[in-house]
Write a protein that binds this ligand. Structure first.
Ligand code: SF4
Ligand code: MG
Length: 329
């Protein structure tokens, strides 16, 4: 298997400044705080966590829509961490983004044809070829050339997301970062869009980073799952493994919140106390200690690192991973 995307110790910190006349830095929001993962060609990594955990910032940093503060990004065999100018422009063709809210991401004054034509024009495709490509793309996402002259408001949420997908596919990308692509859709429509994305993945050999706030959504589509909490990955593994034997207390809590979770497991809902702390003032030691049912003194003082916890390479960051997984797993 070939690794298409690798992220190593990636950081994205946003400075907090004070002072209107002479602004000075007083701290930083560590939106992404040293995360590492790999995504194999043609596979899907599900990136899961509550809102504000840094999932979208991770996606945007990989796409170089925002500069990383530290760490490395490797794509298709080259380091792209600090790529700029023409090289970055060419790379953009291979990496695309699908947004959560298809309505907000599609220009309401443009027809579907104009929306999909935009990236094709940027890369200099001639009109005739463009027409053919647009018709083909609409068909591929389950719409038809009959929809070309329509505007986004004339479509349902699911159809609009199909237009967003067609636009993302226009330049034959290798990687698509899907930022909560179905969160804004009705549950009945979510499955249709996820199925379409799976079909497209098979047909075109696409690689996905699929961002979601609950593990239920990424269930069918993910090969690997990374669980994020306050800018860090706390657990990483194959979906099946993580689902059957969640090792980190946070993953256990997220899984227990899925209504149709594994019927073989005792279905006790783990309710976490409190809210997610502010990323501007994260807790010391293990960032999860303020909400963790297993927290001890050591957790407040010492930050746990990611450790391999199974023969198949599942990893988790918890001091008491053996004890904790005995309780639940
Ligand atoms: Fe909970 Fe401590 Fe493990 Fe953090 S290190 S997840 S606080 S038991
Ligand atoms: Mg987000």
């Amino acid at each position: 298997m070939t690794t298409l995307l690798e992220v190593k110790d990636l950081e994205k910190h946003f400075p907090i400044t004070r002072g209107a006349i002479i602004p000075h830095k007083v701290g930083a929001v560590k939106a992404v705080d040293g995360i590492s993962f790999k995504v194999e060609q043609g596979k899907t990594l599900g990136l899961v966590g509550e809102s504000g955990c840094g999932k979208s910032t991770t996606g945007r940093t990989i796409l170089k829509l925002t500069e990383p503060t530290g760490g490395h990004i490797y794509f298709d065999g080259q380091e792209i961490t600090h790529l700029k100018g023409e090289k970055l422009r060419r790379l953009r063709q291979d990496m695309q983004l699908i947004f959560q809210d298809p309505f907000a991401s599609l220009n309401p004054r443009m027809t579907v044809e104009q929306i999909i034509a935009e990236p094709l024009k940027v890369f200099g495709m001639h009109k005739e070829e463009r027409q053919k490509r647009i018709n083909y793309l609409l068909e591929v996402v389950g719409l038809s050339s009959y929809h070309k002259e329509r505007y986004p408001h004339e479509f349902s949420g699911g159809q609009r997301q199909r237009v967003g997908i067609a636009r993302a596919l226009a330049l034959e990308p290798k990687l698509i970062i899907c930022d909560e692509p179905v969160s804004a859709l009705d549950v009945s429509i979510q499955a249709q869009v996820v199925n379409l994305m799976e079909d497209l993945q098979k047909a075109f050999g696409l690689t996905y980073v699929f961002i979601a706030h609950d593990l239920g959504v990424v269930h069918h589509i993910s090969d690997q799952v990374a669980v994020m909490y306050l800018g860090e990955i706390v657990e990483l593994g194959s979906y099946d493994e993580l689902y059957a034997h969640p090792k980190h207390p946070y993953t256990q809590a997220l899984l227990s919140a899925i209504p149709e979770a594994n019927p073989h497991r005792k279905k006790e809902r783990i309710v976490l106390k409190g809210d997610v702390p502010s990323p501007a003032t994260p807790p010391t030691g293990c960032k999860f200690h303020t909400r963790c049912p297993f927290a001890e003194q050591r957790c407040r003082l010492e930050k746990p690192t990611m450790k391999v916890v199974s023969l198949t390479g599942q990893e988790a960051a918890c001091h008491f991973v053996e004890e904790v997984s005995d309780v639940v797993g």
